[in-house]
Design a protein around this ligand. Structure first.
Ligand code: ADP
Ligand code: ZN
Length: 721
């Protein structure tokens, strides 16, 4: 008899400790899932520890132990490393351990019972020596199968037909099942490129440095991807595994294609647009050592590697590397942890590194490598347009004459244009002309956006929608005016100005369906359209050689946000978007429209001057006491009742106010969201471990008093509202 300690997930109770069960099967291992009785139901849990059930051990429990109902996995899902990682994550991000296990595993293997079963496939294998005489054809089938170990039954039948079936009837061959795995396709292999001086230097420095982390600061188009590919080749040749992480799904198809065309079938792909079965299959490919290189988004950092040699994080500054639900981990931190564990190399790469990473590299903690030249030596020319003047000049507030003219020129030359506008929908705001009433979301404190194609008002926060009211609910007049500019309206305007141009729009509304990202980008890549217009989704990583103009419609819109990172995000967006222009042989241009083009974020982006931006912004962060000079932890409390939120906020404040070396900001009321009142407390300090202790104390107090509101603790938040 064994004693097993099991983590279970409970939808209501916040459980962060194990429950103990008895198990009659002595072979049970740490890391498998089990079905266990819990209260008067039965749930799935995760075995954290196994020990022999001595009579003393059993009697040390004051209650009779229940028995495990069944063991769900034959072998552990998580190895020792991933257990330790979960432990570290739970501590670092103040999250229940079970939530950390959950986010590491593909849905089908998650310790919860809601996901569908795993698809199985039938295989055949030889089980007995031949003792009876066989026909020639039977013998051929027998020998072939024996050589192959195992074979998919469908292929076996196809190849050997009735002689093959006969062998099964004779009991020489048996049918058995294995979980379905992805079919590995063959692809043509592209040759390696001859490296430039910069690229060679980068390779040598990354491989030669004694530092485990390198920051590759390479301008857009400097050939970072080729460095990734050749580094990967070297590490694979050493018999180790490689993971290439990319932000968000919009980027993946291009990177996947480039990696696949180099490494052929040995690549696993892992991102959020895969369905559960596909994710499971890709996961198994890695677990079974069928592939050694993975390209994926954030969650691919948890792949079950056992001899990892290299982690690459492309566009390391991207905010999609931070998970916004529990556990709110940062992929970069997890990658740092895993690279230490495996003594693997970690390469952080970006044209616009995060201030945190650059500051560490600047100080010498990371190997800092710069690739300042574009492969084609051809930086786009940047033109700034001051919109105040353009509007005073009676030009359109959407597109200035300079930008209109630029588009016209490219269309004439059959070159392509990208237009970036950071706001989807038609017009953001619907306002009553007579009383000034703005139509707000009934569940959130935000104005609803008008979507013309569907004739609906939508809330971009909670997703709810409603028809446009015929009359103003405040004053009863039927006189709406539409203010502001969204991608739909811009598309309409551009189409009117250029009736013959083919336009593709890419935003959250046009990319809801699976593969729609890929389809839009593919169509644009194949020159089926002249203009690609969209939100920041199109600003990143894309490489289209025929694009010679990038127009940024509202370059400083993001500067107006209250977030301490808004300047950094503005710089990143401008620099990244400019990077899409002139990637081929033809010279590129970028036109940035802004109301205040003198701002340093815009000026530095216009001159592609990251270092000046870094120094300027670091000064600001230093003065204001923000990261990377200080650490932050944010606590958000939410509940349908305002009183409950206030009550719980007061509990947290009473703890935090007493703490030393910790500045408390707030509580601040946030916008209501999905009918919930929300308040935030922010703490700031130089010592991250100390802040972590304080946060944990608040968390524990919450469990102890069984507080009613939801508490979301975000350690080192990167996006604030
Ligand atoms: P980055 O990732 O830094 O933005 P890319 O890796 O996309 O840059 O490279 C930009 C372009 O230059 C790509 O079209 C790529 O194929 C090409 N390229 C990269 N390295 C070389 C090389 N050594 N020789 C020739 N072309 C190269
Ligand atoms: Zn809403």
């Amino acid at each position: 008899m064994m004693l097993v300690h099991v983590f279970v997930e409970h939808p209501i109770l916040h459980l962060d400790h194990t429950f103990t069960y008895l198990c009659g099967d002595d072979t049970i291992q740490k890391g498998v899932r089990v079905q266990v009785p819990f209260g008067n139901t039965s749930i799935i849990g995760f075995v954290e520890k196994v020990e022999i059930a001595t009579p003393e051990a059993i009697s040390s429990f004051s209650y009779p132990l229940k028995e495990v109902e069944s063991i769900l996995d034959q072998e552990p899902l998580l190895n020792e490393e991933l257990f330790e990682l979960a432990d570290w994550m739970a501590k670092t991000y103040i999250a229940p351990r079970i939530s950390c296990f959950q986010c590491m595993l593909p849905a089908k293997l998650k310790p919860s019972s809601t996901h569908g079963s795993i698809k199985m496939e039938a295989y055949v294998r030889v089980v007995h020596e031949v003792k009876m005489p066989l026909t020639k054809k039977q013998l051929l089938a027998y020998e072939t199968l024996k050589e192959h170990d195992k074979m998919l039954r469908s292929i076996y039948y196809q190849q050997f037909k009735s002689p093959g079936k006969k062998l099964i009837e004779l009991g020489l061959v048996e049918v058995f099942e294995l979980p379905a795995t992805a079919a590995l396709e063959e692809e043509t292999i592209e040759a390696e490129k001859e490296l430039t001086k910069d690229q060679k230097n980068a390779m040598q420095r990354i491989l030669g440095t004694t530092k485990s982390i390198s920051l590759l600061h390479g301008v857009t188009g400097s050939g970072k991807t080729e460095v990734f590919l050749q580094l990967s080749r070297q590490i694979l040749n050493q018999g180790k595994q490689v993971v290439v992480l990319v932000p968000e799904i919009s980027l993946t198809p291009q990177m996947v294609q480039r990696v696949k065309s180099r490494f052929g079938k040995r690549v696993a792909i892992y991102h959020s647009a895969l369905n559960n079965q596909e994710k499971y299959e890709q996961y198994q490919l890695v677990k079974n050592h069928e592939v050694n290189i993975v390209v994926g988004t954030r969650s691919a950092v948890f792949m079950p590697f056992d001899h990892l040699g290299l982690i690459i994080i492309d566009e390391e500054h991207d905010t999609s590397y931070k998970q916004d639900s529990k556990p709110q981990y940062h992929c970069r931190d997890v990658a740092i942890w895993r690279s230490k564990y495996h003594h693997a190399k970690l390469v952080l790469a970006s044209a616009t590194p995060s201030l945190e990473s650059y500051a560490r590299a600047y100080k010498g903690n990371y190997e800092l490598i710069t690739m300042p030249h574009r492969i084609n030596e051809n930086f786009p020319k940047v033109t700034l347009v001051e919109m105040k003047k353009a509007v005073a000049n009676k030009e359109s507030y959407m597109l200035s004459n300079i930008l209109l003219d630029g588009i016209y020129q490219r269309l004439q030359k059959k070159e392509q244009v990208i237009l970036l506008l950071n706001r989807r929908g038609y017009t953001p705001i619907l306002r009553c002309i007579s009383c000034g009433h703005v139509q707000m979301c009934p569940h959130c404190d935000v104005a609803m956006s008008f979507h013309k194609e569907e004739q609906l008002l939508k809330c971009h926060t909670c997703g709810c929608s409603m028809p446009v009211p015929t009359h103003c609910p405040e004053c009863g007049q039927a006189s709406w005016t539409y203010l502001g500019l969204g991608t739909q309206k811009l598309e309409e305007f551009v189409q009117i100005k250029f009736p013959n141009a083919k336009i593709l729009r890419m935003d959250a509304d046009t990319t809801g369906k699976k593969h729609s990202h890929e389809q839009i980008l593919k169509a644009f890549g194949e020159k089926q359209a002249d203009i690609l217009l969209g939100t920041q989704m199109i600003a990143k990583g894309l490489d289209f050689e025929n694009v010679t103009l990038v127009g940024i419609v509202n370059g400083d819109a993001m500067l107006n946000r209250s977030d301490y990172r808004s300047t950094e995000m503005t710089y990143d967006l401008l620099e990244q978007a400019s990077g899409r222009s002139g990637r081929g042989d033809k010279p590129g241009e970028v036109i940035i429209q802004a109301y205040d083009p003198s701002h340093y974020a815009i000026q530095c982006a216009a001159h592609h001057d990251y270092l000046s931006f870094f120094k300027n912004e670091m000064q600001f962060r230093h003065l204001a006491g923000y990261p990377p000079y200080r650490y932050l932890v944010s606590f958000i409390f939410s509940h349908k009742k305002e009183d409950v939120v206030k009550h719980d906020v007061a509990i947290a404040m009473s703890i935090l106010k007493m703490k030393e070396n910790c500045k408390v900001l707030g509580p601040a009321s946030l916008q209501k969201r999905k009918d919930e009142y929300r308040m935030r407390i922010l703490i700031k300090g130089k010592d991250d471990i100390l802040l972590n202790h304080y946060a944990r104390e608040v968390y524990q107090k919450f469990l102890q008093v069984k507080a009613k509101s939801r508490l979301d603790i975000d350690v080192s938040p990167i996006v604030m509202e």
